[in-house]
Design a binder for this molecule. Sequence first.
Ligand code: HEM
Length: 526
Amino acid sequence: SSNATTERPRHPGNGGETQQAPDHGAMTTAQGGVVSDNQNSLKAGARGPTLLEDFAFREKVFHFDHERIPERVVHARGYGAHGYFEATEDLSDLTMAAPLQEKGKRTPAFVRFSTVAGNKGSADVVRDVRGFAVKLYTDAGNWDIVGNNMPVFFIQDAMKFPDLVHAVKDEPDRGFPQAASAHDNFWDFISLMPESLHMIMWAMSDRAIPRSFRFMEGFGVHTYRLVNTEGKSTFVKFHWKPKLGLQSVVWDEAVKINGADPDFHRRDLWDAIQSGDFPEWELGLQIFDDEFADNFAFDILDPTKIIPEEELPIRVVGRLVLDRMVDNFFAETEQVAFCTQNVIPGIDFTNDPLLQGRNFSYLDTQIKRLGGPNFTHLPINAPRCPVLHFQQDGHMQTRGPKGRANYEPNSWTEGGPRADPKTGFRSFPEQVSGEKRKLRPESFADHYSQARLFYRSQTPVEQQHIADAITFELSKVETLAIRERVAAHLPNIDEELAARVVEGLGLAKQPKPHEPAVKPVDLPPS
Ligand code: HEM
């Protein structure tokens, strides 16, 4: 070896020789000093102990030792890409939202797709809900639409979320299953929580085993508000419609794919974008007013209910194109932080109790996951508009206030930024009143009608897939009473579905159906 020193003796075969391609820049330490030898630690003599003094060795190993950060508590396995949102309509009559002000306007975007239950290293093509999280770097700050590939959710109140997630993820004693819902705890929870049954129909359908991210729909799930410059509010539900249409694999394919290539969905997105085949979605809105909400059969604050597109058609207002992969998976896809509370003027929340809880949870978890309150400084999370405030200090601070002023009001000539009631975000002044209560509105209690609506909207083949999926999943449940408790819900959704599952599981007879709090009806009502 050419640059052997007396401290680092090299002999053929002792690991000192490497084959290097020419024309590299000089390797440095994190402090910028050029490294003379990246293969051999500093030793006292050829066979002596490694010396503490070898800062290049210690820095390399200490940094490696600290590479891992906590994975997300849910949606740990994900894959992201950059792109843009383009308005195909001027929606300024309905909202001030910056990306929707003029036809043709483009807003940079980052999207992360994910599974929910599995850990970071789990397989892609498992039966699960898929996350569909969109960050728009708008002129008025970041706006995140943190959605899923299904339009409803398992529970109606964020208070239940820790229980749902504990039940779906690995059981605490055995540490499995790592990525599937087919186990006792999950189905025990579901059988005891009938509000989950509409979502269960979606999760047992082909939607839960998408062919790739490019063939999935996305949904904001909750009802949000659009607010225009006059302060008028309109309700809205967000839909992403894939240009390629909706496609799934069948269960037997999914099982094989996971064995042969657990990264199937990642590879698909990478290959498509790298070869210039950019996936694209339409942004569709369901837009409605108070009168529609008051007359609708369900509460628009209930995230276990859809508004059927037949009743309220979708209006397409834009397109989302993904055209660039990340440079670094960790820096971007792992460290991106989406949050439902990241909204901009023109967008506002409703009182959906699931949404209200989410608004608390994401920032809270990210402060831990990303090591403190300054993760908005990371390029993937940083807004692409001016950011000026008096927040300072904390771990990993990169841009505290400049000059003397770090509070407001102050009397310094260079006194820093001020709030602006004209352009700033102002909450929609909804009237609210009522006793403090822990109860939900009564209409939240119809758990079966929309589950039936979904099941019956499926083709016969798709219905068979749902029956097969429930049968397969329950066949992995060891406790007979849990199998029976799930089966006792099914006649309230569809008698034939129930009969198929009862037969598939080899149960002696159909368990007596649960008495529904609200009798299911055939939808849509005439
Ligand atoms: C993560 C969607 C309900 C807590 C995520 C992600 C998505 C998502 C897409 C992954 C974001 C990413 O790719 O980084 C949804 C949807 C829900 C829902 C559509 C219901 C409509 C909830 C609820 C809670 C919650 C009720 C808590 C009360 C979290 C947490 C993370 C997460 C803590 C991890 C965030 C992080 O570490 O950055 N969710 N979620 N989610 N969700 Fe939800």
